[in-house]
Design a protein around this ligand. Structure first.
Ligand code: SAM
Length: 250
């Protein structure tokens, strides 16, 4: 009797084990299928929205293929994450359109040893791209919920060369200056003098400048201590709100 009961118990324990293995494998297969689907979306985003429109910097293209953009948006927007438009991220803010992100990164021409200041962390997506392209990234965000969420996502994805700082980034981060590059992801009324001051000689800043309907994305190079400004593209960003930005929203 005992032997029979033990055999039955062994059989059912074995059945449970097999079921667990099967379930694990199904979950792995589903996760792989999802990963493949997002990989395909990233490949298509890079080819049709970026390369086809003239983005040529292979480091930028590779980083945008590598960084999982869908991880930086909420579940309800995950399927749209790679589409050719901005995505809401909460607090009335948006994750910028892939093409605009690529233009800004290409203009900066980052080198692997660079230290970068980002103003406007948002979701942390562009921060991750900067972390792929440069040695160290300092990123400032004024909304606590966005700063916390971005920090958590970046840590979960294994980025260790990023520091997210909560506060008004319109006056920069003087304690970490000078920076090889500065990227501002919200529109300013003019180039904030403290940001230009924190740029090292020979460094570059990309910043959208102007009021709500008609901003210009500008590349600002520091040459012999003076700004050399090139207009890159018309654009529409959310406002930079702070001591060197706008005093409130549009
Ligand atoms: N590049 C971001 C991404 O990948 O998700 C999107 C940035 S979103 C277009 C602009 C961000 O700038 C918003 O998160 C907004 O809260 C932030 N912002 C606006 N003014 C700021 C300021 N003075 N200091 C820091 N962040 C600011």
């Amino acid at each position: 009797m005992h032997g029979t009961r033990n055999a039955n118990e062994r059989d059912s324990a074995e059945a449970v084990k097999i079921r667990v293995i099967l379930m694990d494998n199904i979950e792995l297969i589903m996760a792989d299928t999802q990963t493949d689907a997002f990989l395909a979306k990233r490949r298509s985003m890079v080819e049709s929205q970026l390369r086809a429109r003239g983005i040529r910097d292979e480091r930028v293209l590779s980083a945008m293929f590598l960084v999982p953009r869908h991880e930086f948006v909420s579940a309800e927007y995950r399927d749209q994450a790679h589409e050719d438009h901005p995505i809401p991220i909460g607090e009335g803010q948006t994750l910028s359109q892939p093409y605009i992100v690529a233009i800004m990164l290409e203009a900066l021409a980052l080198k692997p040893a660079d230290t970068v200041l980002e103003v406007g962390t948002g979701s942390g997506y562009q921060t991750a791209l900067l972390a792929e392209l440069a040695r160290q990234v300092y990123s400032v965000e004024r909304h606590v919920s966005l700063a916390r969420a971005a920090q958590a996502t970046l840590a979960r994805l294994g980025y260790t060369n990023v520091e997210v700082v909560l506060g008004d980034g319109s006056h920069g981060l003087p304690e970490r200056a000078p920076f090889d590059a500065i990227i501002v992801s919200a529109a300013a009324p003019q180039i904030p003098p403290p940001l230009f001051k924190q740029l090292r000689e020979g460094g570059s800043m990309v910043i959208p400048v102007g009021p709500a309907p008609a901003q210009e994305l500008q590349l600002v190079r520091k040459q012999s201590g003076l700004p050399v400004v090139t207009d890159l593209e018309g654009c529409r960003f959310v406002p930079l709100i702070g001591s060197e930005g706008y005093s409130s929203g549009w």
